[in-house]
Design a protein around this ligand. Sequence first.
Ligand code: G3P
Length: 218
Amino acid sequence: MKFFVDTAEVQEIRELAATGLVDGVTTNPSLIAKSGRKMAEVIAEICAITPGPVSAEVTATDYAGMLAEGRYLRDIAKNVAVKVPLTEAGLHTCRTLANEKTQVNVTLCFSANQALLAAKAGAAYVSPFVGRLDDIGQDGMAVIADIVQIYRNYPHLKTEVLVASIRHPMHLLTSAKLGAQVATLPPAVIRQLFKHPLTDRGLDAFLADWKKTGQSIL
Ligand code: G3P
């Protein structure tokens, strides 16, 4: 499973990328706004930190505008994945950009039918927002299960399921058990994955026993 970091905060990306556990980055207009930086500048900096795909989202809503913005964004760096919303114009843009060999991440997906359309449009990734579905009392992980099942029925479809809007480690665990190829994780959730009380307790016990030996390795 590939782990993308879901943030536009460069320092967070640097720190997590240094662990070697990061395979890409996703941003969106809200995350760019939160960074307080110019979009082209921060996307270029992120693309230089990680060789993996870095999602940069268009903000136009019409086909012509999305296509122009997508062509501009892909020229920022070779590892830019252009993000388009799952609308009719967005899927039309996806199809055109995919035909031009541009990686497209179709975002704001909330149903398996939408994900099927994204795959037909040649998306490299589809981003179902599980947390936002859960937020309104729907079952986000059930949508992931449906998408994975549908995609498996049609091996010629090359779109990868990029689980987004992840709120906690259980979203990741279930996504991995279902076979989603990618999860994009807020930095805080990634850091939760490292932690287990028995690991902390076991390490403390190892170090306490080691201290009694009076030895040092170096
Ligand atoms: O990548 C999409 C993600 O940033 C949306 O997450 O928490 O705003 O639903 P959230």
